[in-house]
Ligand binder design. Structure first.
Ligand SMILES: [Zn+2]
Length: 292
């Protein structure tokens, strides 16, 4: 598809485990995109929800085909960029590392400890940029979602540290205990990679961490059944859908509030103009063109 024919999308929604589609999308259509980084996890489902044009993408592909290490994160975010997405709401299932963060709680993680070894930048190949990741999540979007989740009567935590592991296996007990000593709150396999790429793509990013269970540090002490975890997952997805709807219905309120996310690449490209690889510059033009 010619990029000029693409619809203008405001919000991207990334569905994780258990969230493979969004109900109630009006005038929905599927858009398949190719990017310089290959194909996204699936087609984008673009449609209108609560009066806002959104693009939904299933992170693991519909049917859950890609494990966390196999997800093409760069293509997923590059595709969002081609669609004009300015804000991404990501839904990520996590395990809790703290007693007080209970199954079915929602944590709006604002910090990450990234233990992965996967591609997590659009740069390289003759073009270097160093973004700031001190505050990896959009404070404005995060606060907005926190307030709405509270209004819905949900148990939501406004901040937290997310340990991102490569997976697909869960942690050993020793690892889980080490992460608790870091002071981390939740553990998952995807959000840290996404936050980095969202910043490079100059998008506001927020990750709704849906707690399915306690990580292995505690679950060894308790009887955790698969049925219970699945019931928690179902309840979480239902909560997430409600929050997303409410967020979209009030998204206009955010336009007046300032954040720096959409200038995340300003003054970060360090490679001298004459030293830049022309093909890489061409590939990344949708991201960097406004600064060159
Ligand atoms: Zn922002």
């Amino acid at each position: 598809m010619n990029h000029k024919e693409l619809p203008e999308v405001n919000i991207g929604i990334l569905g994780g485990t258990g969230l493979y589609q969004i109900d109630g999308l009006r005038q929905a259509r599927e858009i398949s995109l190719e990017t310089p980084f290959g194909q996204p996890s699936d087609s984008y489902i673009v449609g209108e929800l609560e009066g806002v044009t959104v693009a939904f993408l299933s992170r693991h592909g519909r049917g859950h085909r890609y494990m966390p290490s196999e997800v093409n994160y760069r293509a997923n975010f590059f595709g969002f960029k081609l669609l004009g997405v300015k804000r991404v709401i990501s839904v990520n299932s996590v395990g809790s590392l703290k007693e007080e963060i209970k199954p079915r709680d929602i944590v709006l993680a604002d910090q990450f400890v990234d233990r992965t070894r996967r591609f997590n930048t659009f740069f390289g190949q003759g073009l270097v940029a160093h973004i700031s990741l001190a505050h990896p999540v959009c404070p404005v979007l995060s606060k907005h979602i926190y307030d709405l989740a509270k209004e819905l009567g949900l148990s939501v935590h406004p901040a937290g540290t997310y340990v991102c592991i490569e997976g697909p296996a869960f942690s050993t007990i020793a690892e889980s205990k080490v992460y608790r000593q870091f002071g981390a709150d939740v553990i998952g396999m995807t959000a840290a990679t996404e936050a980095r790429l969202a910043r490079e793509a100059e998008m506001c990013y927020v990750t709704m961490n849906l707690v399915t269970d306690y990580d292995v540090w505690k679950s060894q002490e308790e009887t955790v059944t698969v049925e219970l975890v699945l019931a928690n997952l179902q309840a979480n997805i239902s909560n997430a859908k409600n929050i997303i709807k409410k967020t979209l219905a009030s998204i206009n309120r955010l336009e007046a509030e300032a954040c720096d996310c959409q200038e995340g690449l300003k003054n970060t490209i360090i490679t001298a103009p004459q030293a830049r690889d022309p093909q890489t510059v061409k590939n990344l033009w949708p991201l960097i063109g406004k600064y060159l």
